[in-house]
Design a binder for this molecule. Structure first.
Ligand code: EPU
Length: 448
């Protein structure tokens, strides 16, 4: 199958949409569940390819996983583990699987986990993960592309991270759960997903304090203190920000449910400065709207609570037609402007110099054939397609499917003209005047 999105731009998004569970949280909760000799039930688990990969990773360790797609819950029975190895074939598909290293070394005192290697958006090293584990007492060998970590015991200690790395903070939190004594992670990442992981760990019987600040303390507990539990994942702040941007981009007005506005303070502030209106309807429901052409802003991506790098490409799309010039500085990744060439093909005026992008707002974008180069760049191009005059085709949807559940269905429920079709299916039935180059037999998951 060669799946693509076809988008007819120019529709104003209106209505109501609900945000799912946070991908970047749930992946870590699934790995953390492996710590328990028992059964854990996690709710608000989105149906994403990344979740599927993590379920495969922990299943190969011996955990029995049942995903109820309707209830959006997963039961993980990790009473008995049968393996300490996470294979390259899986880890290379999704870097986040590297997080099982912390859980395995904690529980089994040994782990063999493939090194994830680089990725399209940047080098994404794991040196802080490794140094932190060594500080806890693990002996680490890197051989044949795998990290082999072993410890007769892990002992709590002070660990200072050079950068508040999300993944390193999480891996070290997991490793420290069953260590002897106290571990203090300084310059820890403060993302809401870190707080969610700490809350989950405390729910299963661990002792973690300080998550959400730059200093996290994990008081080691013994294995018998960890127990079965149920837990609900926080909403996905990046998915929420994506829908907010899509509504604002099309000068629409919509209710977005299942959002924690406090997780998006910086992004919300920038949207308001651009001219959007954001009203709190209920504690987890907001109304987003925009009537006029947006005004340009400057922003720098930073670790939480700064402007999220995962919303950078999406915000860049908003700047492409805003009034004035906006300067974006990407400070987390070396190569996260991959959407730029495709946005230019749609008529955007963007000058890129290393990690800076200068975006001069044009009157409008025009539809084109574009391709997702990573998850967030893909979402940015979908929004560009919704804004543009005419028709846009977005290719390489597998990137988008990693992190947005039912993306096109949710956008369609807001009035967006977008659907997924399979180019390799060439049956002759035409579907409608606007899309007469696409045949109904090619459409996947519904038309308009
Ligand atoms: N870094 C190192 N050494 C390390 C660890 C990180 O140099 O040992 C560098 C990285 O190369 C990067 C920076 O530190 O330049 C930040 O990386 P971090 O470890 O914080 O990111 P991550 O844990 O690999 C998570 C999210 C990313 C998100 C970043 C930053 C998951 C699965 N991924 O990645 O999400 O961009 O935090 O917020 O949680 C996405 O969802 O599209 C995505 C890429």
């Amino acid at each position: 199958m060669v799946e693509k999105f076809k988008i007819q731009g120019g529709e104003t998004l209106k209505g109501e949409v609900s945000v799912g569970g946070a991908k970047n949280s749930v992946l870590k909760l699934l790995a953390a569940a492996v710590l328990v000799k028992g059964s854990t039930k996690i709710y608000n688990v989105p149906n994403l390819t990344d979740v599927e990969i993590m379920l495969n990773v922990i299943s190969e360790l011996g955990a029995k996983c049942i995903y109820d797609k309707k209830e959006k819950s997963v039961v993980i029975d990790s009473t008995n583990l049968s393996s300490i190895t996470a294979r390259y074939e899986l880890v290379s598909k999704m870097r986040a699987s590297f997080i099982v290293l912390g859980a395995l070394i904690s529980r089994c005192k040994e782990a063999i986990v493939a090194l994830p290697g680089g990725c399209a958006i940047g080098e994404r090293r794991v040196d802080f993960h490794i140094k932190g584990l060594e500080a806890l007492g693990a002996k680490i060998k890197i051989e044949n592309g795998y990290v082999h970590a072993k410890a007769s015991k892990l002992t709590g200690t002070d660990i200072y991270l050079d950068i508040p790395s999300v993944g390193a903070t999480e891996n070290l939190m997991l490793a420290a759960v069953l260590a002897e004594g106290s571990t203090r992670i300084q310059n820890a990442a403060q993302e809401p997903e870190i707080v969610d992981l700490a809350n989950f760990l405390n729910t299963i019987g661990a002792d973690v304090t300080g998550a959400g600040t730059s200093e996290i303390i994990i008081n080691g507990v013994t294995q018998d203190k960890l127990h079965s539990a149920e837990y609900t994942t926080i909403p996905d702040r990046i998915e929420a920000g994506t829908f907010m941007a899509a509504v604002v981009a099309t000068k629409g007005k919509a209710i977005i449910k299942n959002v924690y506005p406090a997780h998006l303070t910086f992004f919300n502030d920038k949207l308001i400065k651009m001219g959007a209106s954001i009203k709190l309807v209920e504690p987890t429901t907001i109304e987003v709207s925009c009537k006029n052409r947006l005004s340009s802003i400057n922003f720098v991506t930073q670790p939480y609570p700064g402007f999220p790098t995962d919303l950078q490409a999406i915000a860049m799309t908003l700047l492409t037609t805003a009034n004035g010039v906006g300067i974006i500085t990407e400070s987390l990744y070396e190569n996260r402007f991959m959407q730029v060439p495709d946005l230019r093909r749609m008529g955007a005026d963007i000058h890129q110099d290393r990690n800076h992008a200068i975006v001069k707002g044009v009157k409008n974008l025009t539809g084109a054939i574009v391709a997702a180069s990573d998850l967030r760049a893909g979402a940015a191009l979908v929004i560009a397609g919704l804004m543009a005059n005419g028709e846009t085709i977005v290719e390489k949807l597998h990137h988008i499917d990693r992190g947005y559940e039912d993306f096109e269905a949710k956008l369609r429920s807001l009035g967006g003209k977008i659907y997924r079709y399979d180019e390799s299916n060439t049956n002759e039935d035409k579907i409608n005047d606007n899309f007469n180059s696409i045949q109904s037999s090619q459409i996947i998951k519904g038309g308009f």
